[in-house]
Design a protein. Sequence first.
Length: 435
Amino acid sequence: MGRLSGGAGVTEAAGVSSTGAAAGGLAQPAPGLQAPLKFIVTIENYTQLAQAYGEDFARGVVAALRVRARALGLAVRAGAVGDESRFVAVAAAAALGANRDVSAVLAQLGGMPVERAGRSVLAALRADTIEPRPLPAGAGAGGGAGISAERGPAERGRRAPALPRDAWRCAYLADMDQALRLYRHLAGGELLFAFQPVAARRAPSCPVYLEALLRAPASDGAVLSVGHAIGALERLGLMRHVDHCVVGAVLDLLGAHPGLVLGCNVSAASMADDGWWQPILRRLQADRALAGRLVLEITESTRIADPAAALAFVRRLQGLGCRVALDDFGAGFANLEFAVQARPDIIKIDIGYLRRARECEAARAMLANLIRLCASIADHVVVEGMETRQDLALLGDAPGLWLQGWWIGRPVPWLPGGGRAAVGMAGPGTVVFNG
């Protein structure tokens, strides 16, 4: 969650009075009690919504979110920051708990579609806490102290379309439809994990960990990849809530199965230490043994918006005992400089390199060189796409390789010993075991 600064508590222009009470809202706490938490909610995709559905529709989405915030018990001041895409909210300390984070508020505000004029959309939300600072000497209550915000992720939704407007709008509406379907599966606890083993070359039948892959149910009882929906969510800036739920659900599984080591994907778009991650980070801090059984695999199917913030987040995760992997390395937006700086525990080489190595000697040499490069950066290198025993001959004599692919084991929608695991939205993640 970003941090903002305001003057004299925060000026009336920010929607919070100079005494620290919300305008028309919460009074100062008695001595010894925590003050209410003031924060600015930003609809990061406001401009995109306005371009795709119209300015009136976008304003209606903001109005609906303010109504939703008030229904959650927040005091809301509309128009307090001079920006239609933002509003000030104040939460009583008791509503946020001892940890005073707003991740649950963000999940409740943005985790469900907003219905306006017969259409449903999802809002990409960010919350920035407001911190009071003294006014400069001689400044009055209206002296323009205002609010200065750290800009960054919020700017992602303000870019002009790269495609011609009609083509961009059609693509945006199609992405939103896919995102809505996935969010509805998530709200219904219908998304499932399929588990695929990663094993050492020297012991391919003994997994070092299982990757928990997100899947959606099909009408015939099978499970389907959600890759297209994940791509839509990344383009819309809506991945953080899904990643938060997935990682929370994986932690629930680890807590229920002390013998498991699990990995899961986290989008590069989510790699920043913001409010969405605070409950997850507290769980990892409180249980280092649990953290040591978690592998977070950063997918680089989208660009890392803030490499410095992502690097700091990687280091924090590793400091808590998690292992961090770079997934599908060598494809998409994978960046060698970032890999060298991040020093991940694991690098997973994209499946395309092994496929090409089956075709020609030059591709085999490239794969061998890439394995050596990755081994100089990370403790472990995973070659993805192992389909047959014959693929082993394409890997050369590199020691200590880990492998993943159908030859090692296909993804299956149940845990060792039986039972499915569904992912939902209650808390950081909800896991439902079905025998």
